[in-house]
Design a protein. Structure first.
Length: 140
């Protein structure tokens, strides 16, 4: 990505988190990957003003404590973090999840491919899109 800001991954599945990390390395993305295991941890990270705000948030939906949809509702209420684009990365193919996610302002919704090569292509596409996108300045 053009920005040096980190990428925030909100994901409870350790294997999926490793896959995202591996895919980012494979396509030579050097931005730091910050991993939080659920929505609650992600909100904690984002509201702690000692942390650098991420360029984008990759969000799983099915997570304990605070799931992705609950996270999106809270994010929408916070003007500081609502500017950060969120891309859902999920195994859910439920229409309700897509509707709720887009109502709550996600920038994209991707199903996690089971196949690693396809997973890399999804991450490559997300990276390219957000490299080309013009984004508002964030105030950490
Ligand atoms: Mg999950």
């Amino acid at each position: 990505m053009r920005t040096k800001r980190p990428i925030l991954l909100v994901e409870d599945d350790g294997v999926d988190a490793i896959t995202v990390s591996r895919a980012l390395k494979e396509i030579h993305v050097t931005n730091k990957l910050v991993h939080t295991a659920n929505g609650e941890e992600a909100i904690e990270y984002l509201t702690n003003t000692n942390n650098i705000l991420p360029a984008i948030i990759l969000l799983d939906l099915r997570m304990p404590k605070m799931n992705g949809i609950e996270f999106l509702s809270l994010r929408k209420e916070d003007p500081r973090i609502s500017l950060i684009p969120v891309v859902v990365l999920t195994t859910s193919d439920e229409e309700k999840d897509r509707i709720d996610s887009f109502r709550l302002g996600v920038a994209g919704y991707m199903e996690k491919p089971v196949d690693y090569i396809q997973f890399v292509e999804v991450i490559r596409t997300i990276n390219l899109y957000w490299t080309l996108s013009e984004l508002p300045e964030l105030n950490d």
